[in-house]
Design a protein around this ligand. Structure first.
Ligand SMILES: [Zn+2]
Length: 145
């Protein structure tokens, strides 16, 4: 078994392996296969196969430096898109915690908006009528909390 693992490691040494392009191609292939299953589209099937073959070919490619350069170019070009997805994924992941936090906050604080600049403000509940000074534009107004 160890011998097998050694030979496997030796086989992969100096080869590209799975990089960002490879992962993207694999994921694209899976999505296209799903499209094929739903729509029965031959074009989607061919594209899925092309992506799969490409990702496998990359993985075993021995021209590591060229593949590395391609991957770096890919990472540079897709930086904006990847950042967009990363940000929204983090937002989505934190959403349940945010909803829970907001609910707790609303029990303790009265949430309202500045009549002048629409800045979101809060004050502890149950104090009756209070004079509020907006933290952004310093407008003063009376608010019942
Ligand atoms: Zn204001």
């Amino acid at each position: 078994m160890n011998n097998f693992r050694f030979r496997l490691a030796q086989f992969f040494a100096g080869r590209t392996g799975v990089d960002a392009i490879g992962r993207t191609a694999t994921v694209t292939a899976l999505i296209l296969m799903l499209v094929t299953m739903i729509t029965g589209s031959n074009i989607a099937y061919l594209l899925a196969m092309a992506c799969l073959v490409y990702s496998i070919w990359r993985m075993f490619s021995k021209n590591y430096q060229k593949r590395y350069a391609e991957n770096q170019r890919f990472l540079t070009k897709t930086a904006g898109i990847r950042e967009f997805f990363r940000k929204n994924f983090v937002k989505l992941k934190n959403l349940p915690a945010k909803i829970k936090y907001d609910r707790q906050q609303r029990k303790i604080y009265s949430i309202f908006y500045c009549p002048s600049c629409k800045q979101k403000l809060r004050a502890p509940r149950g104090r009756g009528k209070i004079q509020v000074t907006c933290s952004r534009c310093h407008t003063q107004f009376i608010k019942k909390v």
